[in-house]
Design a protein around this ligand. Sequence first.
Ligand code: AMP
Ligand code: MG
Length: 321
Amino acid sequence: MTRIVEATEEGLKIAALIIKRGGLVAFPTETVYGLGADALNPEAVAKIFEAKERPFFDPLIVHIADVKELDLLWLYIDDRAKALIERFWPGPLTIVLPKKDIVPDIVTAGLNTVAVRMPSHPVALRLIRESETPIAAPSANRFGYLSPTMPEHVLKQLGGRIDLIIDGGRTPVGVESTIIDLSEETPLLLRPGGLPVEEIERVIGKVKMLTESEKPRSPGQLPRHYSPRTPLRIIEDENFEVPFGIKAGLLAFKEAKYREKFFAVEVLSPSGDLKEAACNLFPCLHRLDDAGLDIIYAEAIPEEGLGRAIMDRLRKAQAKR
Ligand code: AMP
Ligand code: MG
């Protein structure tokens, strides 16, 4: 049985008790819903992988509520990390640095680094504080499927597999955190996300971005991820036509052109605002995926700011199984 509680004082007390006893709690962050367990308890963390059917080679992000907890997790904090933390935490930025021994191998998939983030969502922060431990949390979905931005998404995918869901309504950012690896000389963007890389570069200078052909360094970069069950194609051609007799859906950016050709249409942002588009991305994809379509066509989004994170998710949804 999976219980759902409101984000009240009492609800958070129950949730924290479950975390302390080695259970699993889904909770809202500003990016997407996370599936949390005590990051320092390997048996608890193992349950995350079971519930999500996530392969053990895919490392988790550790969530903290106070920078003091960093001394426990990271071997050192360099000046670049300090500058980014000062500027962007709490917020949708995850930083990777060499780990201390106390961080269990199951959290990092055996890597000698650990990814850490301080979320800005008040419910996430209160849960971490009340649990009195850092919380390891990937997105609260089945591995590879669309990320959850509402409690219903979590229930649909993980109901019966986890102890508790904290209902915090819709998540405001709507795409996962930006992940930056500072464990080597050159800062490396591991995943574009809720914090535009342009803003990071303003603080620490040039960030290296992996090209599609470069070998995945971490499994969130596997070509297929964040995917609906329905096949998805990005529209590249101006003169695009829906093939005859196909039940197709459209994920439009601003306005739904050629709306009449589609069985279902979702618009990311009528005003063309990338922030709004990112927030609506997964809810729109969930609805299209539930509409019984043969295929979802998605309009390309300008690849700047948050558009980079949106296009990354669409390309991964498009990649062949
Ligand atoms: P999720 O929690 O589902 O958003 O996925 C977290 C992602 O963070 C993983 O899929 C990895 O790509 C990345 N990640 C976590 N820890 C590390 C690490 N130590 N080194 C590199 N990437 C990491
Ligand atoms: Mg995920």
